[in-house]
Every structure is written in C-alpha cells, then in structure tokens.
Design a protein around this ligand. Structure first.
Ligand code: SF4
Length: 481
C-alpha cells in the first residue's frame, strides 16, 4: 500500500453474551485496520443503553477509559471504529451515536457514506432540528424520531428507504440489535455465531475469528437482521433482486484483512489471483519480487507464482505504529511512512527488483519508497500495481483525495513512471481485476477506476460538506446515559 489513501469504519455487535462488551472490544480490535481515529462501544442491559467513545485506537480509548469496559458490562453490545469519511476527526463525531426519542433509546453505528445526508439535514434544520455532530450518521436518528415515521408498521425499514449511498448500520435498541445493509451491498457485513450460541455481526469475518465465532452468512443487500432473545431473524426493506449489487471491489484490493472472507471470497486468495493476472499482463525479466507490506504482500506472492521469479521480503513493516493513511493529517502520514517501512538492502542490492503494491493514489509516497529502494542499491525497479489507475473519487465511504490530487487523473502512465523514477510501471487492467471475482462482474462497484457510479452522486460533495460552521463545542469523549 502507498499510505496516501484512507479508510472507512468497522462495526461489531453481539447479543446475549455475558461478556458481550469484552467480545465487542476484541471484535473491534481485529477491525482496527478499518479506522483508528475513534472507537466506541454502546451496551444495553435490556432496558437502558450506556455508551463510551473516545479518540484514537480501540486499545487507547479503552485503556484511557480505565474501568469503562467493566462499567459497560451488559449482555447486548455494539461497537464502532472510525475513520472519518463524513465529518472531521473530533470527539463529537465518535460513534456509536446514542439518542433518546419518543420510542426510547437507540444507539447507531455506521460504516459507509450517505450521499443524501446534506440534503436531508438541510430539510430537518429548516424545521428546527438541532444537530450536535457534523457526521452524516446523525441524520438517521432524526429520521427515526420523525412522528410520521414512528407511526409506520416498520419504522426502521421505512427510514432505511430514505437513505441513499453506502451503509452498513447497527442499531441497538434496549432489547435488540438490528443490522442493515444498503440495497447495493457496497460495504461488507456478516453474521456469526459463537460456540455458546450467541449471534454476532461484523464488518469482516476476521472479527468473528477473533472471538472464535463461526461464519454464518453475509447480511444480504437490502436486508435487516434482528438479533434478540429469539435468536436471529430477517426481513428485507428492499425487495431482493430489484437492485443490482455493487460491492466495493476496493475492499478486496486493499481494505479488508487477508484472513477475512467478504463478498463470498477470501481476501488473501483474491489478491494472489490479482498478482498472477498482473504477472500475465506485465511480465518483466527480474531477480526478485518484493511487496510493499502488508496489503501488497498477497498480490506480490501471486506475481511471483505467476512469473516464476522468487519472492522475498525486501521491506519490513513496523507493526508498532498504526496504518499510516488513517492519520487524517498529511504531514503526520508522511512522518509515519518513514518510520513504518524499512528496506532490507541485502535483498535488493544489485538486483532487478519487481515491487508490487495494491495501488498508487497520489504517488508521492510511492516515489519516496522507490528512491529509498534505489539508495539501498536496487539495480532496476519495476513497479507493479495490483489494480487499475485510480482516476475518480469515491462517494461511498472511502476517503480518497480529490480528483485533482489523484496522480492517474493528471498524468499518463509514462509520466507517472517518470515521476516515481522506475524502469517500468504496470497497472493491472480493470478487466483483469474483474476476472478475479467469483460473483458476476457487474455486481461490483468500479467507479474509482471507471467513473461509472452505481448510485448517482453530486460530485461537489466532500467529507466536510456538513461543516459550514466551525464547531466550538468540546466533548469530554465520554457519553453516558
Ligand atoms: Fe469502492 Fe471505488 Fe466504488 Fe468507492 S468508488 S465504493 S472505493 S470501488
């Protein structure tokens, strides 16, 4: 990976376990790669909801919270790790959000991006609603509380039909968890079951593995899954088969953890396929294949398998600092990059080196890594990216830079090669990427490569759209009811 793209969020929820809050903590820990800006857990004893949120990684939030986990100890819990894809990085935007309305309490946790949130918020503000955050998620509580929505036979399904964009949502009411996935199935969400028979939900199956739960199935696009004292039940808020799925293929290329199974495929195996295809499309005579760890590792292995060139570990990643791109500030990200990747000169010195990474976004950090490789003695450098050139921004929950900042939007492949100072550069084709999926090719979103957005978007939007005012409210990072 190239450290200049950003992540989204991770969700975990479990019903009925005596140690539900601890399980949620470990589930979130395994989803930490999806966001390190803030973390939070809301829990319920069946009647009342409590919540604790804070800035930073899961370990940091719950260490600084002291006995927070003990205080939250209840048998129903949901948790969230956040990277801000809507609204800036500040305590007030931490999730889960808890609200009390005419029907009682609800906690909401969201992964994705609601593209109609600014419009909905403007409508509600016109009627005097007050919002405390600048996140797109808060509008959902207001929709739930609207009297004409409350009176519907299934208010939650009714509210979900008002949302546009990418969303996996966990709602915790005092007596149950409701997990919902948008009709396009853009972000992953799955159901698991623990050895004790408790049902849980998670953004990726790696969180199920972390707590020893078995994978049951994915939450289907347009489905609401309820976890309560009767076990698990399901209903659809959009008729199945009426919307063509648009799974985010970038989840496979980069975001998700290698041991996760998403969209019906293991992430590591998928990336190896990408690498083998890359070797077919962009062969080169070389002595060694190395990866930019960690997200380039699986595709580098695949490239080595496909090309017959030996794989070796030419770069070592420090695991003691967080994923660099998650830091919201560019200067901090670049400082972290230098700390994070170290080259093993003995592997690259005087060699013709193939370097495989998952993608190139801005190109600036790729360039600095290529220069470092050259300083370490690499004779030739052949850069290979296991996805097509990213030319368009994402409006569905991935915080890429603006279109203008995307290097492939401004330069030809040859100009990029020249900029990063390598002997050759090869990107996997979009067809090659889609050749690696198990589901029908047209069931995936490819908008950041193709510019074809499955849900129409207003290209003027960005993550700060709802921040018209400088917020002067400070949050003590703890919310308790
Ligand atoms: Fe994923 Fe790209 Fe589509 Fe965003 S635009 S959902 S990153 S494939």
């Amino acid at each position: 990976m190239v450290f200049d793209k950003k992540e989204e969020c991770g969700l975990f929820g479990i019903y009925g376990a005596s140690d539900a809050v601890q399980q949620t903590f470990f589930g979130l820990y395994s989803l930490q790669h999806r966001g390190q800006e803030s973390a939070g857990i809301a829990s319920s004893d069946g009647e009342n909801i409590q919540c604790y949120t804070g800035m930073g990684s899961v370990g940091r939030v719950f260490r600084s919270g002291g006995s927070a986990l003990e205080q939250l100890a209840n048998p129903i819990a949901i948790g969230h790790v956040r990277y801000s894809t809507s609204g800036s990085s500040k305590p007030i935007n931490s999730q889960p959000f808890i609200t009390e309305y005419s029907q009682g309490q609800v906690a909401v946790a969201h992964n994705g991006n609601l593209i109609n949130a600014p419009l909905l918020r403007a409508e509600y503000e016109a009627y005097g609603h007050i919002f405390k955050s600048t996140s797109d998620t808060e509008i959902i509580s207001h929709l739930l509380a609207k009297p004409t929505h409350v009176s519907k036979s299934d208010p939650l399904a009714h509210v979900l039909n008002h949302l546009q964009g990418a969303y996996c949502l966990l709602f915790m009411f005092p007596d149950r968890i409701e997990a919902a996935r948008d009709p396009y199935g853009i972000r992953p969400l799955c159901i698991g079951k623990t050895a004790e028979g408790h049902y849980c939900v998670a953004s990726e199956s790696c969180a199920l593995d972390a707590i020893g739960a078995e994978f049951v199935r994915e939450v289907e696009p347009g489905e609401i899954v309820t976890l309560n004292q009767d076990g698990v039940s399901s209903r659809f808020f959009v008729k199945p088969g009426t919307v063509k799925p648009a799974h985010c293929i970038f989840e496979h290329v980069y975001f998700s953890k290698q041991n996760s199974n998403i969209f019906g495929q293991n992430v590591h195996e998928f990336r190896k396929r990408l690498g083998r295809q890359l070797a077919k499309e962009h062969p080169v005579d070389a002595d060694v294949v190395i990866a930019i760890p960690d997200s380039g590792s699986s595709s580098a292995l695949g490239y080595a398998q496909g090309s017959g060139i030996p794989f070796d570990m030419g770069m070592v990643r420090s695991h003691y600092i967080g994923r660099t791109f998650i830091s919201p500030d560019q200067k901090m990200r670049e400082l972290q990059v230098r700390l994070k990747l170290a080259i093993i000169p003995e592997i690259v010195k005087d060699k013709r080196v193939v370097v495989v990474d998952d993608s190139i976004v801005r190109g600036t950090t790729t360039r600095s890594k290529m220069l470092a490789l050259r300083q370490a003695g690499a004779k030739e450098i052949h850069m290979r990216a296991s996805c097509a050139p990213i030319r368009f921004p994402c409006f569905y929950g991935v915080d890429f830079p603006t279109k203008e900042e995307l290097i492939a939007n401004n330069k030809t492949i040859e100009q990029i090669r020249d900029f990063i100072e390598v002997e050759s550069l090869g990107y996997l084709s979009l067809d090659g990427m889609l050749g690696c999926v198990d589901r029908p090719k047209d069931n995936y979103c490819t908008a950041c490569w193709s510019g074809e957005y499955p849900i129409p978007v207003d290209v003027r939007l960005n993550k700060f759209t709802m921040e018209r005012h400088q917020m002067t409210l400070f949050d003590n990072t703890v919310t308790e009811l």
